[in-house]
Design a protein around this ligand. Structure first.
Ligand code: FE2
Length: 476
């Protein structure tokens, strides 16, 4: 047997390869990464040297104002073959009538709904029409306006064509994209991400990306936030680990193309679309460093916590990502998931209790069967409850739950449902109200069976009152 000297093996962690995903990633939420497709390209000890290696152009991209405190500051330096400013000018495109960005009541194209709404899954475009990711964006509702830097939008995308020599920049907000059908092959300035149903991807405001469809037609959900960036929720008494762990978030590595052909970059600015032509690919970044970088996360990795004794913990325990509003302590949007886990709270009414939430609740289903719903909730469907809209299960579900044998049980097995929850009031677009062909209201009759069973106990109540020396109830 030979002798072993001091260990000299050195390596860094990289995410294991996956047959569904050919790309490499760096891990860690909000890290300041450094990545170079050609070793030795990144400038050393400065960001903007007089001359960058290989005559690359240095370009700065910031996602927060320069003076934002360090803990919230997000920016990147990118080193590319041609700078973004090398373009041939902008032209306004015709409006996409199904894309909305102003959700203020002064906009006649948005509407309030005091009642619960739900949508069956939106159709994917027929083969006869070619629709790419950008053309396939349709807005259901939202709050605020991107010009106020406060608000959000909820979009559905449905597309059947890959973007070719075309990139997209959303100048309005950050996109949290949830594929529901089909993977998205997303090329960004920072590298490539393959994102499947069950994973989320965040592409921040101002970052160029294009979307390929390796599995054919796609459909999914998007939560766009205008005013802030997504962050991990604080864990409070949970301590350091749990819910979505920072190391499970994956960012791309630098990857570039050499392509001096004609490209189009479509910008979304205040919900309007503009096109910018250029004679080179926007995906020519050889090296970059910074923390304003797209990331993805496999939601099956979420570490659920819950009551192990009785009652439910608040739904905030399902929070994957949150985005702050300008009101301290009030989220602009929380992104929550509901998936397979143990439920062992004994002596507890298990379904969601009847409630009136000050927040707006918007739910979708990636896969599986959420169960116990009144709105034929199917993968690709969506539901909506504005703040204080009362909701809860039918009498049948209520009765079943009050009589069920209780014990440890698996809930939501094989299911991934999610909620966009916002402290803001959300308005519904013309598209959502009038043009989907998939909208339906909950039939209020389903709650008619929730009778006042209390009245069946009047004799007992009066006997109890008498025993307590109190007068009986007066019944009419
Ligand atoms: Fe609710």
């Amino acid at each position: 047997m030979g002798t072993f000297g001091s260990a000299s093996a050195q390596s860094t962690f990289s995410v294991p390869q996956d047959v569904k995903d050919p790309y490499r990633y760096q891990v860690g939420f909000g890290n300041r990464f450094a990545s170079e497709a050609i070793p030795g390209t990144l400038p050393y000890a400065q960001n903007n040297p007089q001359k960058v290696k290989y005559d690359l152009y240095a370009e700065s991209l910031n996602g927060t104002p320069f003076v934002t405190p360090r803990r919230d500051n997000q920016s990147a330096w990118i080193y590319r073959i041609r700078p973004s400013v090398a373009h041939q000018g902008f032209t306004e495109l015709p409006d996409n009538p199904d894309l909305e960005s102003c959700f203020l009541p002064l906009n006649p194209k948005v509407h309030f709904s005091p009642t619960q709404l739900a949508w069956y899954p939106l159709d994917i475009p027929a083969d006869s029409t070619k629709v790419d990711f950008v053309a396939g964006l349709k807005t259901l509702g939202g709050n605020g306006d991107p010009t106020l830097r406060e608000g959000l939008a909820v979009h559905i995308y449905a597309a059947n064509e890959s973007m070719d020599k075309k990139a997209f920049v959303n100048s309005d907000g950050d996109f949290l994209i949830l594929p529901q059908q089909g993977r998205l092959d997303i090329q960004t300035e920072f590298g490539k991400l393959m994102v499947r149903p069950g994973e989320l991807v965040v592409v921040q405001r101002g970052i160029k990306f294009k979307v390929g469809l390796p599995d054919g037609p796609v459909r999914g959900y998007i939560l766009e936030v205008f005013g802030s960036h997504f962050e991990l929720p604080d864990l409070g008494p949970l301590g350091t680990h749990g819910l979505a762990n920072p190391r499970d978030f994956e960012s791309p590595v630098a990857s570039f193309d050499i392509d001096q052909s004609a490209w189009e970059v479509v910008y979304k600015v205040g919900g309007k679309l503009f096109i910018c032509k250029q004679e080179h690919t926007p995906f020519d970044v050889v090296a970059w460093h910074g923390n304003y970088v797209p990331y993805k996360y496999a939601m099956e990795k979420f570490i659920h916590v819950g009551s192990i004794q009785r009652d439910h913990i608040d739904p905030s325990i399902f929070c994957v990502l949150t985005a702050r509003s300008k009101t301290p302590g009030a989220p602009l949007a929380d992104f929550l998931i509901f998936s397979g886990r143990w439920d062992i709270a004994s002596g507890t009414f298990r379904p969601p209790y009847y409630h009136r939430n000050c927040a707006t609740e918007m739910m979708g289903l990636i896969y599986g069967d959420y169960g116990g719903r009144s709105d034929q909730f199917a993968p690709g469907g969506f539901s909506f409850e504005n703040g204080f809209c009362p909701h809860g299960v039918s009498y049948d579900e209520f009765k079943k739950a009050t009589e069920a044998e209780l014990g440890p049980m698996r809930v939501h097995e094989g299911t991934l449902a999610f909620m966009f929850e916002s402290s803001m009031q959300v308005t519904i677009t013309d598209f959502g109200m009038k043009r989907t062909g998939k909208l339906h209201e909950h039939e209020p009759k389903m709650w008619d069976d929730l009778k006042g069973q209390f009245m069946n106990h009047i004799d007992q109540v009066n006997a109890d009152l008498k025993a307590a020396g109190l007068p009986p109830l007066e019944t009419q």
